[in-house]
Design a protein around this ligand. Structure first.
Ligand code: IVH
Length: 674
């Protein structure tokens, strides 16, 4: 075949194959046998191999996959990828409608007379994806990520046959369309059947499996997984219509798969009917949905309503009630946290719920146990909502065995101390703060954690070991440790002992705000500790502060103020702080912090990229400001330094290098401001 003929045949085959894909995957109406389809595809692949100059990125042969992605590039979304606020009841929906009407300036009688035009859609349970098309060709496919930037998964997305690589007709020059990638039930079941046959563990649930598949390195494996995708949201400056529904119809005509169940509803009552219908019918769909999405149809109205920080005011998700099953409660275990709070956990007879096997459920606290009147031996209803750990929501009294045992605890399961209950709190506490093993170990773990003293040479196992041999009973004991004491311990090599001592020594430089967080005052989190340290400047002032003075600090309310006072009124805690001060830990702001920093970074513009070890990104940002520098988010000729941690984005690296911007690491930065 000569070149001209090959080019024509490749074009013809591409066109035919794409039409067959569309018939099969979008219209669900195949007009060719699988065998004949495969023959055409093989012919195309062979021709493209012979004439690689005619292979293009939109060819149907690309859907077979084969490209390997070692690392997914991070891409900034042109439009942030927001999520929706949730609602769970008719009242929630009526409130939403009222907010919409009021937001659009309707008042009094108007409010009830006026019917907003809503679009109701199924809420597909998969992972969201943003597809950008330029001149009718798929340019990138990006996952949600953190909403600001996501991962470029274009290679994998190209293997999803219902996503057009090339659009059909009359499309805008450039736009983004968003939708949900998911596993149809049948496909998911078939994958699991196959895994079972070859002795591999089944995939837990379709949504996680879809996310996992999108992040696979080998696109040929992704291609075989037969994912699907519905599109539901169009963005861009040149979208053809002023109403959401019309744009979705247009998207359909360009070749996208949109849901046939989407419906325009006039007023909230019609919306509620739609919800009611699908709450019953959802199990008959060939894919999973977890709710309904309701959107104001008219873009002008959408614009008037605008957005909150997290989600649009013109749309809401109605979430169906979570799925439930009943199973036997076999026993209860109790966990003791670092603050002494006791959390009961139910051990259940394993049962399948919404795609996963459930063995344990949280019971939260004694109040809930009492309220539900759950007993060991009972059949309980277990529900899985948004949270990862399922919860017990009721008891099937008709199945209660005669010998069911009430659940009662009055002594700490770890140390036997009689439990107490603080006023207005549902949880039981073990008051043996200094002697109850999980509390002591938990407090030390909290102290050395990354956000605290950041002693990463001291992990949970070593803490347990040191505690068990009696070398540490509290956080202050750490600073008395000697290498000679460590060496005789099991699994403690000379190097680990050195690292441990060095790590502890280095922690003496950790700034006051983090020390204040690390000592573990109940209710004093990272941010609160920061605010307090800035205000009081030294522990001495904090120790002498009255409740009123504490309350005057931003972020400090009654609960925190009382908690601080209680903490230091305990002589044990006071003694620990005294010992830590004597050992040289930072219990006041450094001179620089006191004076509001330095001007060592004056006139410098710094871009932070990557993940850091010593301090968090936010802490580096603060340091930059403290020393007179400017934080900037993108690299330009004006950038003075890029402060780079691990995994700095490859694009940023390239840009910095091409502009000759100096890249410095954490240590170099800290040296700069020393
Ligand atoms: S619209 C600003 N429509 O649910 C509009 N989302 O919590 C954003 N989802 O992030 C999304 N089906 O991943 C929209 N028909 C639908 C949807 C849908 C599923 C997902 C999507 C979104 C999340 C919202």
């Amino acid at each position: 075949m000569d070149k001209t003929a090959a080019k024509a045949r490749i074009e013809e085959l591409s066109k035919q194959l794409e039409q067959h894909n569309y018939n099969y995957y979008v219209l669900d109406n195949p007009t060719i046998s699988d065998f004949d389809f495969d023959k055409l595809l093989e012919e195309l692949i062979a021709l493209e191999k012979q004439f690689p100059e005619f292979l293009n990125a939109e060819s149907p042969s690309q859907r077979v996959g084969g490209q390997i992605t070692k690392e997914f590039k991070s891409v900034k979304h042109k439009y942030p990828m927001l999520s929706l606020s949730n609602s769970y009841s008719t009242e929630d929906m009526e409130d939403f409608d009222r907010r919409v009407c009021e937001g659009l300036g309707m008042k009094g009688n108007d409010l009830f007379a006026q019917e907003i035009e809503y679009v109701c859609e199924l809420k597909f349970d998969g992972l969201s994806i943003g597809l950008t098309y330029v001149d009718g060709k798929l340019q990138y496919a990006v996952t949600r990520g953190d909403g600001v930037q996501g991962d470029d998964v274009t290679t994998n997305v190209k293997t999803i046959k219902s996503i057009p690589l090339k659009l059909r007709e009359n499309f805008p020059k450039e736009f983004e369309i968003r939708g949900e990638i998911f596993f149809p039930r049948k496909v998911f079941d078939a994958i699991n059947k196959e895994r079972e046959d070859i002795g591999e563990p089944p995939l837990a649930n379709p949504r996680n499996a879809a996310s996992g598949t999108m992040k696979m390195q080998d696109s040929a494996v992704v291609a075989k997984r037969n994912l699907d995708c519905f599109l539901y949201h169009m963005l861009g400056e040149n979208v053809p219509h002023q109403k959401h529904y019309e744009n979705i119809l247009a998207a359909k005509s360009w070749g996208f798969k949109t849901s046939e169940h989407t419906k325009v509803c006039s007023g909230i009552q019609e919306v509620l009917k739609f919800i009611e219908h699908w709450d019953k019918e959802r199990h008959n769909l060939p894919f999973e949905i977890d709710g309904i999405v309701i959107k104001v149809n008219d873009y002008k109205q959408q614009n008037n309503l605008g957005f909150t920080a997290k989600s649009p005011r013109w749309a809401i998700a109605y979430k169906f009630k979570a799925e439930q099953v009943s199973t036997e409660l076999q026993s209860i275990s109790y966990q003791v946290g670092r603050t002494g709070a006791i959390t009961p956990v139910a051990n259940l007879k394993p049962v399948l719920l919404a795609g996963t096997t459930v063995k344990r459920a949280s019971l939260h606290n004694a109040d809930i146990i009492e309220k539900l009147d759950v007993r060991i031996g009972d059949f309980v209803y277990v529900e899985k909502g948004g949270e990862i750990i399922p919860k017990i929501i009721g008891v099937d009294l008709s199945k209660r065995p005669a010998d069911s045992k009430t659940i009662y605890i009055d002594a700490c399961p770890e140390c036997g101390t009689k439990l107490v209950r603080h006023e207005d709190e549902a949880a039981h506490y073990c008051p043996n703060e200094m002697g109850c093993a999980p509390q002591v170990k938990g407090k030390i773990e909290h102290f050395v954690a990354r956000k605290g003293m950041n002693i990463d040479s001291l992990g949970g196992e070593t803490i347990a070991q040191l505690y068990e041999v009696g070398l540490i009973k509290n956080i202050a004991d750490l600073y008395d440790l000697k290498k000679e004491q460590l060496l005789p311990l099991e699994r403690m090599a000379e190097k680990s002992a050195d690292n441990l001592i060095e790590g502890i020594e280095a922690s003496k430089k950790v700034p006051f705000e983090r020390v204040l967080f690390a000592i573990g005052i109940r209710h004093v989190g990272e941010t609160t500790a920061k605010k307090i340290s800035k205000k009081v400047k030294s522990i001495k002032v904090l120790l002498n502060s009255t409740k009123e003075e504490l309350l005057a600090i931003d972020e400090v309310g009654e609960i925190i103020a009382v908690s601080i006072a209680e903490h230091f009124s305990n002589p044990n805690n006071k003694n620990i702080v005294d010992r830590l001060i004597a050992k040289g830990l930072q219990f006041e702001l450094s001179e620089e912090q006191q004076q509001g920093g330095s001007d060592k970074l004056k006139d410098l513009s710094i871009v932070i990229s990557g993940v850091f070890e010593k301090f968090s990104r936010d802490q580096y940002k603060e340091m930059i400001e403290l020393h007179g520098g400017k934080n900037s988010s993108s690299i330009s000729k004006k950038t003075s330094y890029v402060l780079a941690g691990d995994n700095m984005g490859p694009e940023k690296l390239k840009k910095a290098e091409s502009l000759g911007v100096k890249i410095i690491n954490e240590d170099e930065f800290l040296e700069l401001i020393k």
